[in-house]
Design a protein around this ligand. Structure first.
Ligand code: PMP
Length: 291
């Protein structure tokens, strides 16, 4: 396992940052999670674009071009020799003082970790996941917009803790108005009468890159897809349901708040999308040349 820390390749043990870094002190920073499939960094350009959009929103000048960031990412993946894995790219406000004024942080810190990840046990990809809606509300967009992939994930972590306390692996967060938003690290889709529905970004969700890929797949399969404001009712009465995310990939959901979906087995459209998604993972992205 290797880390690119501000441009230098270091081991896990040597990958250390200051306790005065505002990424640590205040969650002041942005990040991306990216997968590598068979030496292909899946949708790297899209992830870098989103990273720079998140940074722009929080007025963090990353201090290097997108092209340079892509090069730094490829550099550490190539040196790590990992052909199937996960990249965590983090940019923080950098080292400052104990106040929260970002102007005191003169230089951002960045690091790119290449490792492995497993979000849910393998068996759930075959038999489906049970999820729970939780009491904690998704951040409202006017406070901390969920479209920004910031280092401040406490909202999601609190939801995850609540799901775990209910004996469930994953939480679905509802917003202030009672509308469905997303899971703690995944977007949510349902199938109803052969059509696909997912929540619109303006409701307060991250515009997932896996979500986008699934919408493209659905279009190519001539499955109509809609962005729709949904309530718990739509989830409970869905014909099928699945979650999408870089780490989770596409995972079927078979139970929501004890309501059984599709007789408790992954649905046929879900399975078709998973098959197509697997094909795309090898095609879309940037191929790495390993030394
Ligand atoms: N929502 C949240 C809150 C997330 O953290 C993630 C993971 N980045 C997603 C959705 C899925 O996004 P993506 O498909 O780009 O990984």
């Amino acid at each position: 396992m290797l880390v690119n820390l501000n441009g230098k390749l270091v081991s896990k043990e040597d990958a250390k940052i200051s306790v005065f870094d505002h990424g640590l002190l205040y969650g002041d920073g942005v990040f991306e999670g990216i997968r590598i499939y068979d030496g292909n960094i899946f949708r790297l350009k899209e992830h870098i674009d989103r990273l720079y959009n998140s940074a722009k929103f929080i007025m963090l000048d990353i201090g290097m071009s997108k092209e340079q960031m892509i090069k730094e990412t490829i550099k550490v993946v190539s040196a790590s020799k990992i052909r199937n894995g996960y990249i965590r790219l983090v940019v923080t406000r950098g080292v400052g003082d104990l106040g929260l004024d970002p102007r005191k942080c003169s230089k951002p810190t960045y690091f790119i970790i290449v490792d492995n990840i497993k979000l849910y046990p393998e068996e759930f990809y075959k038999k489906g996941l049970e999820i729970t809606t939780v009491a904690i509300r998704r951040n409202i967009s006017e406070a901390l917009n969920p479209q920004v992939k910031s280092l401040n994930y406490l909202n999601n972590i609190l939801a995850k803790i609540e799901a775990i306390n209910h004996g469930s692996f994953e939480a679905v967060m509802i917003n202030e108005q009672g509308y469905v938003t997303e899971a703690t690290g995944d977007n949510i889709f349902i199938v109803k009468n052969g059509q696909l529905f997912t929540t619109p970004p303006y409701i307060g969700v991250l515009e997932g890159i896996t979500r986008e890929t699934v919408i493209e797949i659905a279009n190519s399969l001539k499955i109509k897809t809609h962005e729709k404001i949904m309530t718990r009712y739509d989830l409970y009465t869905a014909d099928e349901c699945f979650l999408t995310g870089t780490a989770a990939e596409v995972i079927p959901v078979v139970k929501i708040d004890a309501r059984v979906i599709n007789d408790g087995t992954p649905g046929s459209i879900t399975k078709k999308i998973i098959r197509e998604f697997k094909k795309k993972t090898k095609i879309l992205g940037v191929k790495v040349k390993y030394d």
